[in-house]
Design a binder for this molecule. Sequence first.
Ligand code: ASP
Length: 735
Amino acid sequence: MTPRLRTAALLLPLLALLALPGTASADEGQWPPEALATLGEARWAELAARGLELGATDLWDGKGGGLLTAVLGLGGCTGAFVSEEGLFLTNHHCAFGAIQLASTPEKNYLRDGFVARSRAEEVPARGGVGRVRILTRLSDVTDRVRGPKSAFARAKDDAAREAAVEKARSEIVAECEKQPDRRCAVAAFEDGRTYRLMEQTEFRDVRLVYAPPRGVGDFGGEVDNFRWPRHAGDFSLLRVWAAPDGSPAAHAPENVPYRPKRWLPVSSKGVSEGDVVMIAGYPGRTQRYLTPSAVENLESWFYPLRSRTFTDLIEILETEGKKDPDTALRVSGAVKGYGNGETNARGQVEGLARNGVAARAREEAKELEEFLAARKDLPAEWTAAPAELEKVLARDREGQERRFFLEEIERLSSYLSSALSAVRRADERKKPDLEREPGFQERDLERARQQEKDRTLSLAPAATRKALAYLVEKAREASKDAPVRAFDEAFGKDAGRAAIEKRLAEMDAATSLSDENVRLANVDATLASLSASADPYVKLAVGLHADLAAIRQKRKETNGALLVWRPRYLSALEALRRSKGKAISPDANSTLRVSFATVKGYSPREAVTFTPRTSLAGVLEKARAEEPFAVPGKVLDAARAGRFGRWADPVLGSVPVGFLTDGDTTGGNSGSPTMNGKGEVVGLNFDRVWENVAGDFGWRPERSRNVNVDLRYALWMMEEVDGAAHLVKELLPAK
Ligand code: ASP
């Protein structure tokens, strides 16, 4: 085959998946940019009839142009350029870390909000939103990653297969990043059946421009999270700065506001029920084609355990936060993260049951078995796939509770997690750069250093050691068959939670990791020097590293096996669905996607109907003296006085706040611009409804609703409440 033909053949599976969109349910589908051109004329005509005025190439022309190049990846969230001088919008909850890290108990931007009155007042944004990426090019690299001549094809066992794929990905990324300022990633599509290279330009001088008070941005808190009706003003405004020549640069006084090639116009007109919209962003992960046992494991083990664990951790951290405002601020991001994860976990358990996801997976598995038995013309490896896949998953579940707690320990930001990452980095450094794990290569060093600097602002040892003692105790309970030696050595064999905490307090007093410079030096330290360290946390990390490395090794073996069997399973499932005139829609994988939707209410349960829009009137109805429903005084005054300025919606008779659409979204879509039929921003996606949380594992058109904040709420807050008319002017320049 000529290279070109081969590429075309490799693209076929994905395009085949996408070729039957008309037969997928309603608006199911998170379409990769280049798939838009394959949706078919009928689909585009149908969208045009619903009010869409744009076509595939207006969104993505394949040459680095199109509306989608205004959409920004923020690492776990999405944003979009909305002014010619680099302003971008995202959610308040996406900028939460940056707002927290810029706050002090005296200048508490998290509580009070933040307005930059001039460009000079814009504050450097730390944490996740401090780096933003624009996608410039996508190309298929399947052949290099797992084609017939690849190391993958020659690999002898599962671990080698996984290593071959990871090495190929790293090599492709390294080649791509030879260009200055480019950040590249190779993403697996369809469970690793195809791979794409994403070329992105990364900017790293990002500044906070506007954030509403938490009482607006996070109004309703965890009580309302994943719920409708919703009244949170979940928006914030940031700006990308660049070197005077427009190239990405680290924060520097000579930098200037970046002038993006493309930004999205802002509409002041809002939406009405029945309008067509597009939501563009970086959905994290959906898994709609799991085997029955995988769904059952999520429903009966993973999500319930996650919910219980996070509930306990929130309680521990909040109790400590109540004792001291500085601690409260330092743990606020962690508490919010656990809160979101816990609510989501409960929603998953309930939704998986209510939607009968496991039962449906079982039914389909049975159908698949019969189908494959009858279709002798299909490849034997497809026929073998369901049973082989279940074997791999059963092996992977062994020791999963132990793994869960050890990984939570690694994730909790603390002296220990800092030491663990230093030890892991040092261990990885023994390998050639491109064979090191992602996140631990030379290209990741700058980030690792920044993480240690940010950590300085969120370390709260007195609170963290209580959380750590809890997790260590749980990990030990789950490790009866394979005790963690490092814990025995650090805490004594039979130490209970109180004794563990007492020992951690001694370690906190003795460690030098409270010093940022020591942590920064550890980023570059060798394994020998870390192994010789007398620091109690480094010692514990060196011991624990072996257990974590073994867990990672097992995961690599699992992944290597999944890389073989998941694509075959998907192909078999696809053949079954095709035989019934049904399609498979592409799962989310943290790459740029577009979802088409309609502004629409729904019925969460019998006899209840939700209309799709909310307003300030509802904010007043929910307002209480206590958080999370305490409305900031200035907002309350303006709302009560009916000071709506030019932002009242004629139908609602008040300032619109939220709206529902039936988009196909998930976590990571937070901050995605919601655009009208002309491609103008009318809102920002920030959530889904409770009945749709489990949509990650199975699409239900009748309950798939995502929650958006109406942009007019943001414009009203800036113009009428916070005296930030200069920003509204920049967002809505006079034509
Ligand atoms: N609220 C979610 C997030 O934080 C969005 C979602 O899950 O739909 O990403």
